[in-house]
Design a binder for this molecule. Structure first.
Ligand SMILES: Nc1ncnc2c1ncn2[C@@H]1O[C@H](COP(=O)(O)OP(=O)(O)OP(=O)(O)O)[C@@H](O)[C@H]1O
Ligand SMILES: [Mg+2]
Length: 259
């Protein structure tokens, strides 16, 4: 088994609040690993540290054997880690196509407005970028909306565009923060099959998700957080049967017998 990502004793404190408190785990290549836990358990904070949005208070994050702690978000992105956000972040006035193109240019180390202000980098490269952007829109299923402004998309399609923007950077590891939140069951199934296709193509993903049937349906491995700490790790069936996990979700903390 190859770990594409290894997290070592990672912590993030906000003043006195220990949002993440000394967690360690590995992520296997070409798998979808679930990162689950009750509200406020530290899931988004963990993704924020991996993607470079937040600097850890302590610990290491190894991506293919390089410690990426302290690196900037754009650099981590160029190394092959992309993410989506719990709160959708798009350029509302730009079309779907422009949104994806802008994300590609971030990867190439240019300002997002580069293709608008300075269209000629090299015509061949620009053409490749445009083609790739259209392919990605097709892959996530919103090609027909390529010329629609992001603000005019349905909620489900905005979520797909978020994923398209992350894929635009051609990542090896994709971090997904509640990609089906607020979706209806049909839209949610669409995302699940999309993620399965990506996995079949060799992508590795960390999926933060509350919807249990989505998690159980798609995740190869699961890490469970509660109050910033790992309380369980294992296969979906093991997690479902784990008493600590059940207690954390039902809010029955403390009082663990006589121990
Ligand atoms: N920038 C911040 N400043 C202060 N506290 C924060 C900050 N970000 C997160 N927290 C706190 O850290 C804890 C973990 O938050 P986090 O967003 O990681 O939880 P989560 O597991 O993603 O929850 P949810 O399922 O609700 O999205 C919470 O108590 C939250 O209020
Ligand atoms: Mg969160």
């Amino acid at each position: 088994m190859t770990h594409i990502l290894k997290i070592n004793n990672l912590s993030k404190h906000f003043g006195g609040l220990k949002a993440v408190s000394g967690i360690s785990f590995g992520i296997e290549e070409c798998k979808i690993s679930g990162l689950i836990g009750p509200n406020g358990s530290g899931k988004t904070t963990t993704l924020n540290m991996i993607s470079g949005l937040l600097t850890p208070t302590a610990g290491e994050i190894y991506f293919k054997d390089t410690n990426i702690v302290g690196k900037k978000m754009a650099e981590i992105n160029r190394m092959g880690i992309a993410r989506t956000f719990q709160q959708i972040r798009l350029f509302p006035e730009l079309t779907c196509f422009q949104n994806v193109l802008a994300a590609r240019h971030t990867r190439e180390g240019e300002a997002w407005w580069h293709p608008i202000v300075m269209p000629k980098k090299s015509e061949a490269e620009a053409k490749k970028s445009r083609q790739k952007s259209l392919e990605i829109l097709d892959f996530v299923g919103i090609y027909e909306h390529r010329n629609t402004q992001a603000k005019n998309l349905s909620y489900g399609n905005q979520r797909k565009l978020e994923i398209a923007r992350a894929l635009a950077t051609e990542p090896k590891l994709l971090l997904l923060d509640e990609p089906v939140a607020g979706m209806n069951p049909t839209e949610s199934e669409g995302i699940v099959s999309l993620l399965k296709k990506l996995r079949a193509d060799g992508l590795t993903a960390i999926l933060v998700e509350h919807t249990m049937n989505v998690v159980m349906n798609i995740c190869d491995d699961i890490v469970v957080l509660d109050m910033g700490q790992i309380i369980a790790e294992g296969k979906p069936a093991e997690i479902l049967a784990n008493q600590r996990v059940i207690d954390a979700y039902l809010g029955k903390r403390g009082g663990k017998g006589d121990a």
